[in-house]
Design a protein around this ligand. Structure first.
Ligand SMILES: CC(C)(COP(=O)(O)OP(=O)(O)OC[C@H]1O[C@@H](n2cnc3c(N)ncnc32)[C@H](O)[C@@H]1OP(=O)(O)O)[C@@H](O)C(=O)NCCC(=O)NCCS
Length: 419
């Protein structure tokens, strides 16, 4: 079926969104099983969409769309630099209209616009693991849950350093945004928070919790001895101390620019009175926390979950934007039915300052599809593992190993922000 996709530009006046945007937001919320909301609250929450691109498919005479998609321009860290990406979220289809190609319609339309405007990569996080590979998205970063038994935690550096300050809705954005901007450069794949996401991070409104206010959230900023902010943590009291006498805290975001700020933020969490456990479900797969402690056992490492999916739309721009740890020239044959990344590409890092990906007639060293290229892009998965899974074909002996050395990331890719 050929669905007509329309674009909606959100208008915000005095902190509230216009009626069409509110109707769009209500439809999106319903697709995600969110609660029905008071129109005024919804209008205030939808104000966060200012400057973003809303898409939908509308059926005649019904003001509510049957399919929604929201996207915006975001900065993402890549090895040795950063890149503008098309951040995609809020893909929802009315429960009565599923499996008729509506997701496909809004997503293909959004990707086509990203290509037109020269955005080299699209990024999303997903509610399900099997949805987006068919559109050329590859799984580029993982997260892992981690929890700390705070009563057993003993820090190897016994005395706290620096200073802590609590933040509120008024102070969080200006204090934390520059910290996040510095912190995220340490992790390829880390996305910049969009300006509209700070308030909901602390209030609970607009997020996937269903735009419902959450009054159990706290934010703390750590600064070093010179007063320079070095990290922040936002957390919620997931279970109060009333029932068992011991509360549980869940970290929502923790960003640290230095080992010292990382240690002191965890020390703060571990020192919270009335709290027995701190959990963080979207931590990096290589959290240093166990190494901070005299005994690593109070740290429990949990399950890992897929996080960031990347879709390469422009191979020369995407591969040219990152840096590579070795010099080499490897030829990749990329299969892409949507044509965005299709071709035979020579990735040449002979000039480490200006690596290039150009089309070539040379025989490929490696053959792969666009989703696999997206998975490899940040260096978050070893190409030899993908070869073992049959996702990448070595055409010259040892090519997967050479690709592993070429694409290796300076640190484990991580994005802690689901969007
Ligand atoms: C997931 C959702 C957006 C799918 O929308 P839809 O309009 O039914 O999807 P489409 O009909 O366009 O399907 C596109 C393709 O994805 C497949 N697909 C759709 N939903 C799927 C699912 N839940 N699991 C696996 N495959 C699925 C379809 O079979 C189709 O495959 P094809 O390309 O081989 O034909 C919709 O079910 C929904 O709104 N779910 C709740 C909100 C949600 O989870 N959104 C995703 C946010 S990341």
């Amino acid at each position: 079926m050929n669905h007509q996709v329309h674009r909606l530009v959100p208008h915000v006046t005095d902190g509230t969104a216009d009626a069409d945007t509110v109707t769009w937001a209500r439809a999106m919320q319903a697709a995600f099983l969110g609660p029905r909301m008071d129109p005024g609250d919804l209008a205030r929450a939808a104000a966060a969409y200012a400057g973003q691109r809303l898409r939908g498919v509308w059926e005649t005479a019904d003001p509510a769309p049957v399919a929604t998609l929201r996207s915006w321009d975001a900065q993402m860290s890549v090895p040795g630099g950063e890149l503008a990406v098309d951040a995609i979220s809020s893909i929802g289809v009315r429960s009565t209209h599923r499996r008729r190609g509506l997701l496909r319609a809004v997503l293909v339309d959004d990707l086509a616009e990203a290509v037109r405007t020269g955005t080299p990569v699209a990024a999303l996080t997903s509610t399900q693991g099997s949805l987006y590979e068919r559109f050329g998205f590859g799984l580029a970063t993982w997260t892992r849950s981690i929890s700390l038994d705070t009563r057993a935690a003993r820090f190897r550096v016994p005395e706290p350093t620096g200073r802590l300050r609590t933040l509120d809705v008024a102070t969080l954005p200006s204090a934390a945004a520059p910290v996040q901007d510095r912190a995220r450069r340490r992790h390829p794949g880390s996305m910049a928070r969009d300006a509209g996401s700070w308030t909901p991070l602390l209030t609970g409104e607009v997020g996937f919790s269903g735009m419902v206010p959450d009054r159990h959230r706290h934010a703390v900023l750590w600064s070093d001895a010179t007063g320079r902010p070095g990290g922040y943590v936002v957390y919620r009291v997931a279970r109060g101390w009333g029932e068992t006498g011991v509360a549980e805290v869940a970290v929502l975001d923790l960003q640290a620019t230095t080992p010292e700020s990382y240690r002191e933020l965890w020390r703060h969490l571990a020192s919270l009175d009335l709290v027995g456990t701190v959990t963080w479900s979207d931590a990096s797969v290589d959290e240093p926390l166990p190494w901070l402690l005299a005994d690593p056992r109070p740290v429990a490492l949990g399950t890992s979950r897929e996080m960031l999916w990347l879709r390469i739309l422009d191979v020369p721009a995407a591969l040219g934007a990152r840096r590579y740890p070795v010099t080499d020239r490897i030829v990749l044959a990329v299969d892409d039915p949507a044509r965005h990344a299709a071709g035979t590409w020579a990735v040449d890092t002979t000039d480490p300052v200006e690596p290039r990906a150009t089309t070539t007639g040379d025989e490929p060293d490696v053959a792969l599809d666009a989703a696999t290229l997206g998975a490899l892009y940040l260096g978050g998965v070893d190409p030899r593992v993908l070869a073992r899974a049959g996702r990448l074909e070595e055409r010259t002996p040892g090519a997967a190993g050479r690709l592993a050395r070429l694409f290796a990331a300076p640190s484990v890719p991580w994005n802690g922000i689901r969007f």
